[in-house]
Design a protein around this ligand. Structure first.
Ligand SMILES: Cc1cc2nc3c(=O)[nH]c(=O)nc-3n(C[C@H](O)[C@H](O)[C@H](O)COP(=O)(O)OP(=O)(O)OC[C@H]3O[C@@H](n4cnc5c(N)ncnc54)[C@H](O)[C@@H]3O)c2cc1C
Length: 398
């Protein structure tokens, strides 16, 4: 495992403050072409923001974590944090494409040399979209080890049967990372063994054993449910060793948590900016509403919570990029940032009064979008359970 992590770090350049500032400036400039009206229209139609994703891809931002030898920028998580935070701070939503940045980490850390050569250059250029990650199932939910989708070896292929739910962006992906059971739970050597990771080529799978059904949700998220009915994939689709997939997935979670936390910080700053501006301008009882402490104090609290959470995000990202264990910090960053963004969202609606509910202010859209982060990609309770058990040494609660 240590070797895999070294391999991921190898070639990753640490971005200094100037590089990070330049990234932020460029992302801001790109986002200026996608104003609130763009996101509102996409949201209303529950339509994928294809133009925005293309612009980000063309600018190379989605390849920021791919090592240079495979065509990416070879930068660290701190640089990816800057990209995602800016998107959200400028009113956009990185959820349409953030997974293109980090899912490839599983191939990078655990794939064979041939798999890396075959897939990573296309992922870096954007010619191949790897943005679907199928873990959650309807029956097992948060209990990943209880998943029931099976992959059974059949000569030089695997036959996959089962069901996934909440597989986001599956309709906008060429490739998908899938976690499936290859050894029945009762026969696995340990509790965490028996699951394997596959890289499924969606272009070959859809309609030939894989059915994708969109789920309409309270936010525009392009999420789906998947049905596998004797889907046949080549044995080369297996990433790493059979049976070790759960550990591979866990390995990618710190980066994911830090990046989602960055999106929350961007959202929180957007809410604080919007609320401050509105509180200054809106005059009721012949004075700006922001003159009332009842408006000022929740705003100041949301600001302080955001800045505190941001420190934890920065610390987790720096530790990740230095190759230090950062499970505790990544989890706390996600917890604190998702709570700060929700606090800021609630404050922003309240500050806007009735207008917070009007579509044209974008506040209600961002409010719906930021609520997700306390549930997905991991729910707040599970982070608290992790901290209680693994950091504080309390008995496992589940
Ligand atoms: C819009 C959206 C996009 C998503 N995208 C993806 C994706 O791309 N890929 C993917 O694999 N998954 C995805 N998910 C799934 C997401 O990660 C899960 O919804 C989440 O992990 C919770 O699983 P569940 O919905 O089955 O809830 P459940 O497991 O049923 O949990 C329900 C509630 O009970 C709590 N709970 C459960 N067990 C415990 C316990 N032991 N202690 C305390 N509380 C507990 C949970 O915290 C939660 O609040 C997405 C979800 C949504 C809504």
């Amino acid at each position: 495992m240590a070797a895999a992590k070294d391999q991921e770090r190898a070639g990753r350049a640490q971005a200094g403050p100037d590089v990070i500032e330049e990234i932020r400036r460029s992302v801001r400039a790109l986002c200026a072409n996608f104003p609130g009206a763009y996101w509102r229209e996409r949201d209303r139609a529950r339509a994928y923001p294809t133009e925005f994703v293309k612009a980000l891809t063309d600018a190379g931002f989605l390849a920021i974590l791919v090592p240079e030898e495979f065509g990416g920028s070879g930068l660290g998580v701190a640089a990816a944090v800057a990209v995602l935070e800016e998107i959200h701070r400028n009113g956009g939503n990185g959820a349409a494409c953030h997974a293109q940045m980090y899912i490839m980490g599983t191939i990078l850390r655990h794939g064979s040399a041939a798999q890396k050569r075959r897939w990573l250059p296309g992922i870096a250029s954007g010619a191949l979209r790897l943005q679907a990650f199928a873990v959650t199932e309807p029956e097992s939910g948060t209990d990943t080890l209880g998943l029931r989708t099976t992959a059974v070896r059949d000569g030089d292929r695997y036959l996959i049967n089962g069901q996934k739910v909440w597989t986001s962006r599956a309709e906008h992906s060429d490739l998908m990372l899938l976690l499936a059971r290859t050894t029945p739970r009762e026969e696995a050597a340990t509790r965490t063994e028996g699951l394997s990771v596959f890289l499924v080529d969606m272009r070959e799978a859809v309609g030939r054993g894989l059915t994708v059904r969109p789920i309409r949700t309270m936010l525009n998220h392009a999420t789906t449910e998947l049905f596998f009915d004797d889907l046949s994939v080549p044995a080369e689709a297996l990433i790493g060793e059979e049976g070790k997939g759960f550990r591979y997935i866990l390995d990618g979670m710190n980066a994911e948590r830090i990046l989602i936390a960055a999106e929350c910080i961007g959202d929180a700053r957007w809410f604080v900016d919007r609320a401050t501006e509105y509180a200054r301008e809106r005059v009721v009882f012949d004075r700006p509403i922001g003159q009332n402490q009842g408006i000022q104090f929740p705003l100041a609290r949301a600001y302080a919570a955001t800045e505190a959470a941001d420190l934890m995000v920065a610390r987790a990202a720096a530790m990740f990029d230095a190759g230090e264990p950062c499970g505790k910090e990544a989890n706390m960053a996600k917890l604190l940032a998702s709570e700060a963004s929700w606090q800021a969202a609630d404050m922003c609606i309240q500050t806007h009064g009735g207008y917070g509910f009007a579509e044209e202010y974008d506040v209600e859209r961002k409010f719906r979008e930021t609520r997700l982060y306390q549930v997905a990609p991991v729910s707040t309770n599970l982070i608290l359970a992790y901290l209680a058990e693994h950091v504080l040494g309390l008995p496992r609660s589940y």
